[in-house]
Ligand binder design. Structure first.
Ligand SMILES: NCc1[nH]cc(CCC(=O)O)c1CC(=O)O
Length: 315
């Protein structure tokens, strides 16, 4: 077990995870200059299995849903090997096992998705019948909702690999990625990015039109429930406005999850003391179908209520 003034931070070893761990550790060191902050890198199932789609990895490994990127970190938390786990919030299921809790989030990076293409001009310049790669069901459905002519295909691999695959593959016209990941890795997400196979170009997909995933761009800190020391460390670096938004977004997703798994997009914005929320829910399966959509606003002091209203307004 750790001594009182030592905190072990657990993180995945991907480039993005390491950047996010470093941000977390920097904030912790600023808030607790006397504390010893130690990093422990842990490989997750999602990191080991880059051969097949994430949905198949989850199925084969018996890990529920998005747990593919967090399970091993939770095991390390449970066993006391680490005191806090740093995650991309988007990868964390909305309902945690009883012994864990998310106590804080860092200030959010840009929430939008980015379309990366071989030429400039973004979505409007994408040719009719274009082929675009993404392994996210939500991105696949969202893009086909806006552009039914587009053909979507799967893709795996880290960011540099995906950018290179786009530049290399004459059949492929674009890929979709989170702006947050690109920005945190130091890419010029909304402009020219170079790859070994030539330049590619990023363009923001406006978050009110192309609705992001719940919690996209946010970094979450998970601890053992009831660990008051870890809670004290983590809460000191919480970013309250981000917490309000992600509580609303995750509550909306939780209300929808009820057993099945459907692609969901959700966006939140503050207008003074109000929280404006938009949501879109796509039917399961291959067909694009007609999604359910809604937009509501309510008091920012009650994010769960606003999310409940959004859920009930879906039509
Ligand atoms: N599912 C993988 C994942 N988890 C978090 C990010 C990016 C950062 C973020 O959205 O917070 C990504 C890559 C992507 O979606 O392009």
């Amino acid at each position: 077990m750790s001594t009182p003034n030592k905190l072990v931070v657990g993180t995945r070893g991907s480039a993005l995870a390491l950047v996010q761990a470093e941000m977390t550790e920097g904030l912790l060191r600023e808030a607790f200059p006397e504390a010893e902050i130690i990093r422990k890198v842990i490989t997750t199932t999602g990191d080991r299995r880059t051969d097949v789609s994430l949905a198949d990895v989850a199925k084969e490994e018996g890990v529920f849903d998005k747990g593919v990127f967090i399970k091993e970190l939770e095991v390390a938390l449970e066993q006391g090997e680490i005191d806090i786990a740093v995650h991309s919030l988007k990868d964390v299921p909305t309902v945690l096992e009883d012994q864990f809790e998310i106590v804080s989030v860092l200030e959010r990076a840009p929430v939008s998705d980015i379309l990366i293409t071989k030429g400039e001009g973004g979505l409007d310049a994408l040719p009719q019948g274009a082929k675009v790669a993404s392994s996210s069901c939500r991105r696949q459905k969202m893009l086909r909702h806006l552009r039914p002519d587009v053909e979507m295909v799967d893709i795996r691999g880290n960011v540099p690999t995906r950018l290179r695959k786009l530049a290399e593959d004459p059949e492929l016209d674009g890929i979709l990625l989170a702006e947050a990941g690109l920005v945190r890795l130091g890419y010029n997400a909304t402009g020219e990015m170079s790859t070994e196979a030539g330049p590619v170009y990023g363009a923001t997909l406006d978050a009110e039109t192309f609705l992001p995933a719940a919690g996209q761009g946010a970094v979450a800190i998970e601890i053992r429930k009831g660990d008051s020391k870890a809670a004290e460390f983590a809460k000191a670096i919480n970013h309250a406005p981000t917490m309000t938004r992600i509580q609303a977004e995750r509550e909306f997703l939780r209300l929808l999850d009820g057993g099945c798994h459907t692609p969901v997009g959700v966006s939140t914005q503050f207008f003074g003391d109000s929280l404006l929320m938009e949501g879109i829910v796509f039917p399961e399966g291959e067909a694009i179908g007609d999604p359910l959509e809604a937009e509501v606003s309510g008091p920012a002091s009650e994010p769960l209520k606003v999310a409940g209203n959004l859920f009930r307004s879906l039509s």
